[in-house]
Design a protein around this ligand. Structure first.
Ligand code: JCH
Length: 227
């Protein structure tokens, strides 16, 4: 998979070198390039923003640098993702779907966002998704893009170190995960649930499932409503 990132803060993405995605990059499974949007400006001040039509607070990202940057990286098989607080919600199912794409471009906005014509124009050419990480407001698309790249990158087919548990993880079956424990069996007077030391794999599986259901009912009852 190829990933291109368009941003005015390319240095943000240096952290990807040391994350799980770093391994996928070394193995050649993920080819990641970060592009500075200001390299697609032509004025002395490398301007990327301007005042909003219709008035209001803040600044909006100008369409011209975005048009040129997207022209430079997009081809027919590209999916362009614009992180946005106004997008559809990012989910594990979306991560799975996007992990199968040959080429992703993340358009990371700042200020109050990107001139909407950039998104509409791009949608006329390739697959475009405006995606929200969650119902809270970030200062730009970079942190959202990084979270999505980590969630997608670990699912890319052939990714080494994928545990067998990938299919039974949180949210795949609509339930939260069961709690995990390791040695020592007693720590600061807290015992590991005895069933996990019993060696009875049937009982262990049943207990873990009960824990999943109980935890989901307690902290995420919304996940049970669609079941
Ligand atoms: C972004 C902003 C609109 C502030 C600029 C680009 C994504 N889940 C999620 N939360 N926030 C984002 C996100 C993504 C891209 C950009 N901003 C800042 C945008 C606003 O409207 C009131 C406010 C935020």
């Amino acid at each position: 998979m190829r990933i291109d990132i368009l941003t005015i803060f390319p240095e943000f993405f240096s952290v990807l070198d040391i994350s799980l995605v770093g391994k996928a990059r070394q193995s050649g499974l993920i080819e990641l390039s970060v592009h500075d949007l200001r390299d697609f400006t032509h004025d002395r001040h490398r301007t990327v923003d301007d005042t909003p039509y219709g008035g209001g607070a803040g600044m909006v990202m100008k369409p011209e640098p975005w048009g040129e940057a997207l022209d430079a990286v997009v081809d027919v098989e590209t999916t362009v993702i614009f992180p946005s607080p106004a997008g559809e919600r990012f989910t594990q199912a979306m991560a799975r779907e996007l992990a199968l794409a040959p080429h992703l471009v993340f358009g990371c906005g700042r200020y109050e966002g990107i001139d909407q014509r950039v998104i509409d124009h791009t949608r006329g050419r390739v697959t475009v998704r405006e995606v929200s990480l969650g119902d809270y407001v970030l200062n730009g698309g970079e942190v959202a893009a990084m979270a999505m790249i980590e969630a997608i990158g670990r699912l890319v087919p052939g990714m080494v170190g994928n545990p067998e548990s990938l299919t039974e993880e949180s949210h795949e079956d609509g339930l939260l995960e069961y709690p995990s424990y390791t040695k020592p069996s007693v720590w600061r007077d807290h015992e590991v649930p005895p069933v996990l030391l019993s060696g009875n794999h049937g009982k262990i599986a049943a207990w873990r499932h009960d824990q999943q259901v109980e935890r989901t009912r307690r902290v995420r009852p919304d996940l049970l409503e669609s079941k």
